[in-house]
Design a protein around this ligand. Structure first.
Ligand code: MG
Length: 163
């Protein structure tokens, strides 16, 4: 018999190129860089999507949205997150809560936290109070420290839907 609560973990990273802002959790944060990737390259949405799929035992974001598929080019990551939530719910699980950590030297997340919590909560079908996002630097170390990119970690909890 499996437990009525499941926990999943997700991680994602993206390279920076010159641009006009970083999309995090569906919110555009003004910056002198942007993330590059096949979709719209939102590391918060991607890490969270993997955490949800992982908790439900449904594989990962790469299987659900292959980066070789034309329909995923420049795709809105909030839409991908919504589709993953629908799949999770269809498998009998409901998102309860999630917690994210963004690791980057810039941009800073703090001022955008309320907007990101709202946006992710809406996509998951849970109140913003059940979504947390935190920003960290990497203390100048490694690819993040050199400002080459950004990483995000996410943990999500699911509860079994009663039939
Ligand atoms: Mg990604």
């Amino acid at each position: 018999m499996s437990a009525p609560i499941r926990v999943g973990i997700g991680y994602d990273s993206h390279r920076f190129v010159a641009g006009h802002g970083v999309v995090l959790g569906g919110v555009l944060i003004p910056a002198t860089v942007r993330c590059t990737g096949h979709s719209d390259a939102d590391p918060a949405c991607h890490a969270l999507t993997d955490a949800l799929l992982g908790a439900a035992g449904l594989g990962d974001i790469g299987e659900m949205f292959p980066d070789t598929a034309a329909e995923n080019k420049d795709r809105d990551s909030i839409e991908m997150l919504r589709l993953a939530v629908a799949r999770v719910r269809a498998a009998g699980w409901a998102p309860v809560q999630c917690d994210l950590t963004v690791i980057a030297e810039t941009p800073k997340v703090g001022a955008h936290r309320p907007a990101i919590r709202e946006r992710l909560g809406e996509a998951l079908g849970i109140p913003a109070s059940e979504v947390m996002i935190k920003g960290k630097t990497n203390e100048g170390m490694g690819f993040i420290g050199r400002g080459e990119g950004i990483a995000c970690m996410a943990v999500a909890t699911l509860a079994r839907l009663t039939p």
